[in-house]
Design a protein around this ligand. Structure first.
Ligand code: ACM
Length: 265
């Protein structure tokens, strides 16, 4: 079964939600795909100075501006989208990602492993690693950025049946893109990592984001990797059913050969 999956890489401007949503809309409005993944905190930027700033950019998952735009695009383009946003809830703000399907159904994942100063602004995610159905019932597992460094994140999603790991990011460390090749290989799943590019400056603080958004196949091979600075959308056709085959040789299976009695938690 052919399934068109894409990643969208661009440079958000810090605290400029409206402008960033306009940019995403113009990058995406004429792109045909079944599923497109966008970066972490795509509409707000990343490097905050205060809790007040995070309060200002936090959004409701149903009637916030990011949700409203992607509900419209999902219906108009018959595409599922995964996009990172600061999720405002009754008990605090989470670093979340939403999967919005063409039928307007919305699923939420809240980042489990917070990175660096995120611990000052966001609550640690409470959703756990769940698999959701995107368009055509393709099973997608959501994780956000720094979740990658804990192999348990991708493993949990694979054990829950994910065919594609969808991975919105704002990467600043140099290791993730290469590590995700192994996450795909060791779990026999596709992965789509969407990173941002550019620099966020907040007072004396500055962070540079590494771009290189990529789509990886179930054997850990790069289907496509963007460069560090481009602002673009890349779409490729995959067969999600390839991820159902966990055999490495006729004697070896990635899931069934595990010796969990010898592993520590
Ligand atoms: C990160 O988790 N945004 C590095």
């Amino acid at each position: 079964m052919g399934f068109k999956v894409g990643v969208c890489q661009f440079k958000p401007e810090l605290m400029q939600t409206e402008k960033n949503l306009e940019k995403m809309e113009s990058l995406l409005e004429s792109v045909s795909a079944d599923l497109i993944v966008l970066p972490e905190l795509a509409a707000s930027g990343y490097l905050f100075n205060s809790e007040e700033e995070v309060q200002i950019i936090a959004e409701d998952s149903y009637d916030g501006p990011t949700s409203i735009l992607f509900q419209k695009l999902a219906k108009q383009n018959n595409t599922s989208y995964v996009v990172g946003f600061a999720e405002k809830t009754g008990d605090g703000i989470y670093n979340s990602a939403m999967l919005i399907n063409p039928d307007a159904f919305i699923h939420i994942y809240r980042k489990t492993h917070l990175f660096y100063e995120e611990k000052k602004w966001f609550k640690a995610g409470d959703t756990g690693f769940k698999v959701f159905k995107a368009k055509n019932n393709v099973k997608v597992g959501l994780m956000i950025c720094f979740d990658w460094i804990f192999p348990e994140s991708a493993r949990s999603l694979a054990l829950a049946g994910a065919q594609i790991i969808v991975h919105p990011t704002n990467l600043v460390l140099p290791w993730c893109q290469q590590a995700m090749l192994i996450r795909s290989l060791e779990n026999g799943v596709f992965s789509a990592t969407s990173n941002r590019t550019g620099t966020d400056k907040a007072g004396i603080k500055e962070l540079h984001f590494t771009g290189m958004s990529q789509i990886v196949d179930t054997k850990g091979q790069i289907i496509h990797r963007m460069n560090k600075v481009e602002e673009s959308v890349f779409v490729t056709e995959i067969d999600p059913l390839e991820s159902e085959d966990k055999n490495i040789t006729e004697f070896n299976n990635l899931i069934l050969d595990r010796r969990t009695e010898f592993y520590r938690s």
